[in-house]
Design a protein around this ligand. Structure first.
Ligand SMILES: [Zn+2]
Length: 470
């Protein structure tokens, strides 16, 4: 009898626990504890947005979002390529700390002991979902930690990826299904990434006149990326100008699909209780510093990214000058949603800036080089230092120094003419790296399946042979 009572009590305890768990997993969004829709646009340069000064009319939807919320005029990524940069956005740590990234042939996943933004929301009762379109964002690389549902679709050749239209369809379907719950949804668009091949309507509007009615001029194929990197093709300046206009067409197409997603959110009546976040992982270079694509440098055509926040009726519209880092996003989103941030988040909660307060001066760093030995940069209120390996046997370092606030395109290298500033930043950067080395928790080496290796190879991310096994 007594035993049965104990069992009964145990049963009640278990039932209560299950009830509590189920309850905590079924909250509904309120303006104070809103849904979160993170729109992550791969390879989007900040200078393509109309609200950030572009005059080609590429981004009416993003400009409208910016006008209804907060636009960060100077937001910077912490790495120049997808895996480490998104890991920084999700963990609020720099690549030197979270350890995800590595380089071609030695990719490192995000270690499971890291806490991601999605995990914080999942633990707080939000339903979490991700719609992603590139391997580096997928489960195999550790970045899907915290997502209950992951819809990952990977292209085998950069041409047959799930395009922005299908991505928006998937997002709207997910929202419709989950609208009764408080949700945290990541929607990743990959279209601006090479190869640049916008749909007809956007080709006609934004391509070079020679390419408006013809797709004979191809730029950014998997082979071209690999051949360019190894110096085996030499496109002309004119080729790059044409490529850039095709890229603009892809940006405009993606913007139109973001617009459709935002309109769908409004039509579902979820405007007031959904915090919309827009961010990019990196930009794209078109000979700004003599190179092409991304992953290879820490110049601002790769680091300067859009960052927007909108929640109608809750966040007043304003422009925040910054500078801010994309690692500031996770603590800020937690702050706005009333979700406790992880103690491991290193970024700042930017809520005071959203209320109009000035941000205190803050330095920002970036790390990485997809193709080899890492580069590092440190940005203060006035200066930006970039250090990269000089090549040769001596292990020398090449430094570049820019007065970035007045030389946004980084055209005048002052490393030689401002030795005191260069030395000061180099010392601070060395100190930061020392601190990070003590903290770094590197993730496991990614052992890719033959299919994954083939996909990344086809997307220009892996060269011939078996570099990934070295
Ligand atoms: Zn990317």
């Amino acid at each position: 009898m007594q035993r049965r009572l104990v069992l009964l009590a145990l049963g009640i305890a278990v039932a209560l626990t299950v009830f509590a768990l189920v309850r905590s997993r079924s909250r509904t969004a309120t303006p104070e504890a809103p849904n979160v829709l993170v729109i992550a646009i791969d390879t989007l340069r900040a200078d393509r947005l109309g609200c950030l000064g572009n005059e080609r009319g590429l981004t009416p939807a993003l400009d409208r979002l910016a006008g209804e919320g907060v636009s960060f005029r100077r937001a910077f990524a912490h790495a120049p390529w997808t895996l480490p940069s998104f890991a920084s956005i999700f963990t609020s740590q720099t690549p030197e700390e979270h350890g995800a990234g590595g380089k071609l042939g030695e990719f490192r996943a995000l270690a499971p002991e890291h806490t991601t933004l999605a995990e914080r929301f999942a633990e707080s009762g939000w339903k979490t979902g991700a719609i992603v379109n590139v391997d580096f964002l997928g489960r195999a690389f550790g970045l899907m930690q915290g997502f209950d549902v992951v819809d990952e679709r990977f292209s085998n050749d950069n041409d047959h990826l799930r395009d922005a239209h299908a991505t928006t369809d998937a997002a709207l379907a997910w929202i419709e299904k989950e609208r009764a719950n408080a949700f945290f949804l990541l929607v990743h668009y990959f279209d601006p990434h090479a190869r640049y091949a916008p749909p007809k309507e956007f080709r006609e509007r934004f391509a070079d006149p020679r390419d408006q009615h013809s797709d004979a001029f191809e730029f950014g194929t998997r082979d071209q990326v690999v051949l360019w990197r190894s110096g085996r093709i030499h496109p002309t300046q004119d080729d790059f100008r044409r490529a850039e206009q095709l890229y603009d067409g892809e940006v405009a197409y993606t913007d139109a699909e973001v617009g459709r997603l935002i309109d769908g959110l409004a039509a579902a009546g979820l405007d007031a209780n959904t915090l919309v976040v827009v961010v990019a992982d990196h930009g794209e270079e078109f000979l700004d510093h003599g190179d092409w694509e991304h992953g290879h440098s820490l110049h601002d055509e790769l680091l300067h990214v859009p960052m927007l926040l909108r929640q109608k009726g809750r966040i007043a519209a304003r422009v925040v000058e910054g500078p801010v880092g994309t690692i500031d996003l996770a603590p800020t989103v937690c702050g706005l949603a009333g979700v406790p941030p992880s103690p491991d988040f290193r970024g700042r909660d930017l809520s005071p800036a959203l209320a109009g307060s000035a941000l205190s001066p803050h330095s920002l760093c970036a790390f990485g080089n997809f193709w080899g030995a890492p580069h590092a940069s440190l940005r203060t209120a006035e200066w930006k230092l970039i250090e990269r390996p000089g090549g040769g046997a001596g292990g020398s370092t090449v430094s570049e120094l820019y007065r970035w606030t007045e030389d946004a395109r980084e055209k005048v290298d002052r490393a030689a003419s401002e030795p005191a500033a260069r030395a000061r930043l180099a010392e601070d950067l060395a100190l930061l790296r020392k601190v990070f080395v003590g903290r770094a928790r590197q993730g496991p080496r990614v052992r890719m399946s033959p299919e994954q290796r083939e996909r990344l190879k086809n997307n220009g991310y892996v060269g011939g042979g078996d570099e990934d096994e070295r």
